[in-house]
Ligand binder design. Sequence first.
Ligand code: WT7
Length: 656
Amino acid sequence: MPEVKLEAWLEETRQFAPSPAFAADANAQPGIYEAAISDPAAWWRTQAYRLVWDQPPTQTLEWDSPNARWFGDGTLNASVNCVDRHVAAGRGDKVAFHWVADAEGDERTITYRDLLSMVSQTAHALTELGVQKGDRVAVYMPMIPEAVVAMLAIVRVGAAHSVVFGGFSADALASRINDSDCRFVVTADGAFRRGSISPLKPAVDEALASCPGVKSVLVVRRTGAEVGWVDGRDHWWHDVVERQSTTHLPEFFEAEHLLFLMYTSGTTGTPKGIYHTTAGYLVGAATTYFNVLDAKPESDVSWTAADIGWITGHSYIVYGPLINGMTQVLYEGLPDSGGQDRWWRIIEKYGVTVLYTAPTTIRMLMKWGEDIPRAHDLGSLRLLGTVGEPINPEAWMWYREHVGGNRCPIVDTWWQTETGTMMIAPLPGITATKPGAAMRALPGIGVDIVDNDGNSVGNGEAGYLVLTAPWPSMARGIYGDPERFRSTYWSRFPGRYFAGDGAKRDENGDIWLLGRIDDVMNISGHRLSTTEVEHSLVGHPAVAEAAVVGASDELTGQAIVAFVTLKQSALVDGDDQTELIESLRRHVATTISPIAKPRQIILTPELPKTRSGKIMRRLLLDVAEHRSLGDVTTLTDPTVVNMIATLMTSHSANDD
Ligand code: WT7
């Protein structure tokens, strides 16, 4: 049975029913669950009409666990679904994106017609550079329109994007490029963050020193910073893209054609390339966006405040909203670029109606105080969403009251990179919500909560979350490693998808997520494995051994605490110790990402181990969270833990 946190359960009794006005107008109407329940695959088949096809599918699902084919004989083009169809239907003048830069006053409006021209030109440019159907193209970009354009152009020519979050290091970029043998990279000279430049092209140059397969790099000039240049390999976007024709005749691809890879952390040290294919993923993104975020293309201005470097950006900035023909805000900066009221000014200026973001951001906004949102007119908002980690009831209530004016429904959406799209969430207008609960499986999705033997647990009991039936947007694999795909997700409970999360149903059968039950940490909604950080630390010349845990943190959900033993030759004390800890933290930032920097590093002469030599991470977590220590009888030397606990309290958190 997973060990879980229980505090959220206390909140179960509080409920918020949808207002009759919202309910009357909502996209999802009562009856939607019943329609899907008897034959989910058939229900998904009816959702496939949301796409435009070259050859509409006659097949729905072929399922030989863990291999699925959805809409197998259909053919389509993803970018046509996102862009061309809207222009063809006479909606070319509709705004696709209000792009808002990090810097005040720098804004661009991009209509669907503009988007079609840009995607067409970029598709031609990619072809000229040699990109072909079936290739993988790495995208390492800031949040600028060209990032979305690049993704759509890549899939338009039948290649697949592998977007790597711009906050990842050169090493992390290189390993992702090599794992999927990307031969092309799209990037920018740099990104703006709160007015300062964070370089991207230099990281690409560093990465490519160990990526001999990369032939061409396409570079957007964003910051104007001087960058290194490799003639023949590097091409400026404005040289290659802007001279191309603005019309481009698309080809059509099979439903199961690879659409993109998204690397994510598992329980081992190597990130896995999650493999998503075209039609099923797009059907999932379009359908969930329509029902859960209640897409109203005529009147909504939607803002998914996430980075396109993560799955949330793929599904709910790019594919879901564009298929639905939405107008969106695309924001380059941080929540406090230009002041802690920046978000509220953006919402006010553009009349944002639907806001979708992560609990960690809500907690940060909450910390800055409600006076800041109160000074703005947020009356345009009508629906709020959250994703990425369990939301604590306090943050949920703050979001409801101070952002949603007690009038907007909140949808807490549970899903993963691997599920592609939302799996568990309330339907606004139907579901009475509870602060902290993701509530129920969406139509067409089968969820269960089971014990160690795979038997359903009763209401009120915690267990493992599983998905019981295939769904269109499910990952089709891990790039290059079908065995890892099977063993990670489909063999713990054969035929069912093992999510790696703990969950429980309350007395009404509503679902509460209880956090990861494996070695995956969730730092501000970013997924990292303990092993990945341990590998990085052990890669430092001073380190002999490292153990990493994700400790609860009020702001970031979890924070990384590392316990490190040094090599004999590297032992130091006093100021040198502080300096060494700093250099270890920098080392993790440069080998993985600043996100992965431990909040605290404890140097200890020993790590607690069982008699068979396994590090007792559970105990270290207790230490990191300052809990009383449980059973230590299997330890070789129980005094080690007490020693570490003392060290822990004598070091203050060495956070930035
Ligand atoms: C893990 C997946 C889904 C896009 C962003 C994260 C946690 C996600 C919720 C939620 C509780 C959540 C889970 C999941 N998670 N949403 N609403 N409530 N936990 O995608 O990086 O693939 O991480 O995020 O632990 O397994 P990801």
